[in-house]
Each structure stands twice: as structure tokens, then as C-alpha cells.
Design a protein around this ligand. Structure first.
Ligand code: DGY
Length: 332
């Protein structure tokens, strides 16, 4: 008999077909996330769960799913999952790194360029019928070439961002306590946090959301930035304190921001950041290319299937060096 699994959204067919072939799968087909009470009901009999960053997989979900053996997240970030509780319960947790690195960095760089050169303001300007002539002072922005990019979090995506910056003749520095020295490949220099804030013309965030990185960029940090600096966030919304960012952008303490992610998500329509012309906000689409979403779906499916077989996941985020084969390993 095929193992029962629940898939919380209609992921690309590349992954869904693999799941359907190997499992007895039920899929939440709606556009909006599965409501919490339905999720709690659906997980009761499943052995596998393929979920998205829109689902909070916490104690309550895990207690409601006594047969669960694997949680496969369709994302590289997994702050939506309580991995420690999963580990204690012998449940594998998988994610989808690598395949989205370049697509996400492409998009973070897109935001950087769009914010620096005021692309969205330019489009709005025309649509509002304001383009009357070529203007020597119209929509002046920041140069990208020759500028200094400060990358916070020098993992896969941070480093991919540095590679892009090399092509634009930028000086690149990074802050990351887990990286030991300068990066010979990109020429990026490791610096302390305050140096990065003070010297960067562009700051791009590439850290996971954890207790340590919650509101990592707030009033005090923004006060150390150049007033001409541009902040890019394609990591997780809560890494930046939105109120502090609003004040800095509004008061001219920061030139612009490009946000792929917000706190909360989706951004509320009365969020004051939406009123600022120097703040570009897009709906968490940095990994949203056809090819990348296909690859993410395939990896998420393969993680799920491997976990159900008791085999090592392609990408496993549990901090344990063993792979429990069955629920017999559960520490209750
Ligand atoms: C992730 O994978 O964590 C992104 O935020 C969505 O692709």
C-alpha cells in the first residue's frame, strides 16, 4: 500500500507527479493556504507532509499527526517548522537549497538595481502623465558600478550576490560570523557589522530568520547607514523592523529599499511602507522562475519520498547525524 501524504498546495507538476506515483496523495488545490483547522485534521492519518512556508509546522501539528515521518518544505528557508520538535519525534525535515540560489540572487540584484535607479518611480511617473520633457534633475538615483555592496549573511545566496556584484565593478564586503575569512573567489572582504553598515552604499540581507536575526536591522542599525544607502531584503521579512525602516526612508536617513519579503506577509494594505515612493515591495517572488520552481518541486518530492522509505533525504535540516527508519525511534 502506498503511504498517505498531504500536500498543502498545488506545486509544479514536476514534483507533484513524483509524489502521486509513490504515494497516496491528497493535495490542497486552492490558491490561498490551507486553513489551520483543516491542516490539523488532514495530518491525522498521514505519514508524509509536503508543505510551504505559509504553514506553521509546530507542536500542535506534530501532536495531531502521530504517524508523520517526514516533513518536506517547498523552500530553502524553514523558519516555519519547529525542527527541534520534529527531531525529537523522529521526523525528517527536508528543504530545497542550491536550486534556487542563482535565481534568488538574480532577483535580489534586480531589486538593488531597480531601487537604485528608481525604476518603479519612473514607470509610475509616466503612468501619471508627468513625463513632459527630458529633465536634468529628473529621477536621479544612485550609481551601482564602483559602489560598495555590503552583504549580511555570506551563505550560498550571499556569495552568489557577490559574484553578480563583481560584474558591476563593485567593492564587496560581507558580515557573517560563521565564515572565517575573506572570499578569494569574489574578492569580498569580511568586515565587522558596524563597518558594513557605515561603508556600504547597498546592503543586501541573506540571513535565515532565527531568534538572533529577528529585527536584525532596526533603528540603531539604520542610524549607522549612509543616508544615500539602499537596503535590499530578499531573505525573510522580520529580519528588518518595518517601523524603523519606514521612519528611516521617510526622514531621508536611507535613500531607498527593495523588499521581496515583508512583516507580515502578505503586507497589509495600510502598511505605511506602501506609501513611500522610495520603497519597492514585491510579493516574495525571488525564487519565482519556471525552471527553479520546477526544480524545487522535484527536490521537495524526492525528499518526501526518501523520508518515507527511511532513506537519507537529498537535503535534510535535522541537526542529527542519524536517520531513524521508523516511528520506533521516536522519543516521546
Ligand atoms: C525559500 O525558499 O525560502 C524562499 O523564500 C521561497 O522560495
Amino acid at each position: 500500500m502506498k503511504p498517505k501524504v498531504y500536500v498543502t498546495r498545488n506545486i509544479p507538476e514536476k514534483g507533484l507527479s513524483l509524489v502521486r506515483e509513490a504515494c497516496d496523495a491528497e493535495v490542497w488545490e486552492e490558491e490561498l493556504p490551507v486553513p489551520r483547522e483543516i491542516l490539523l485534521e488532514k495530518v491525522q492519518n498521514v505519514e508524509g507532509l509536503l508543505c510551504l512556508l505559509t504553514e506553521r509546522i509546530d507542536d500542535k501539528v506534530l501532536v495531531a499527526s502521530p504517524r508523520l515521518r517526514v516533513v518536506s518544505n517547498y523552500a530553502v528557508g524553514f523558519n516555519n517548522i519547529d525542527v527541534d520538535i520534529c527531531t525529537t519525534r523522529g521526523i525528517f525535515v527536508g528543504n530545497t537549497p542550491d536550486v534556487l540560489t542563482d535565481t534568488t540572487a538574480d532577483f535580489a540584484f534586480t531589486l538593488l538595481m531597480a531601487a537604485a535607479r528608481r525604476v518603479v518611480e519612473g514607470v509610475d511617473y509616466i503612468r501619471a502623465g508627468k513625463w513632459k520633457t527630458w529633465g536634468p534633475r529628473t529621477l536621479l538615483g544612485q550609481d551601482i558600478h564602483g559602489a560598495t555592496l555590503g552583504i549580511i549573511g555570506y551563505g550560498r545566496i550571499g556569495k552568489a550576490m557577490a559574484r553578480r556584484a563583481c560584474g558591476f565593478d563593485m567593492r564587496v564586503m560581507f558580515y557573517d560570523e560563521y565564515v572565517s575569512g575573506n572570499d578569494a573567489e569574489t574578492g569580498a572582504t569580511k568586515v565587522d557589522f558596524d563597518t558594513l553598515l557605515a561603508e556600504s552604499d547597498f546592503i543586501s540581507l541573506h540571513v535565515p530568520l532565527t531568534e538572533e536575526t529577528y529585527h536584525f536591522i532596526s533603528t540603531a542599525e539604520l542610524a549607522k547607514c549612509k543616508p544615500t544607502a539602499v537596503l535590499i531584503n530578499a531573505a525573510r521579512g522580520p529580519v528588518v523592523d518595518p517601523q524603523a525602516l519606514y521612519v528611516a526612508l521617510h526622514d531621508g536617513k536611507l535613500a531607498a529599499a527593495g523588499l521581496d519579503v515583508t512583516e507580515p506577509e502578505p503586507v497589509t494594505m495600510d502598511d505605511p511602507l506602501l506609501t513611500l515612493p522610495n520603497c519597492i515591495i514585491v510579493p516574495h517572488i525571488a525564487s519565482a522562475s519556471v525552471a527553479t520552481r520546477d526544480r524545487m518541486a522535484e527536490i521537495a518530492a524526492r525528499n518526501l519520498i526518501a523520508g518515507l522509505k527511511g532513506e537519507p533525504l537529498l537535503h535534510c535540516v535535522n541537526k542529527i547525524p542519524f536517520f531513524p527508519k521508523s516511528r520506533d525511534f521516536i522519543i516521546e
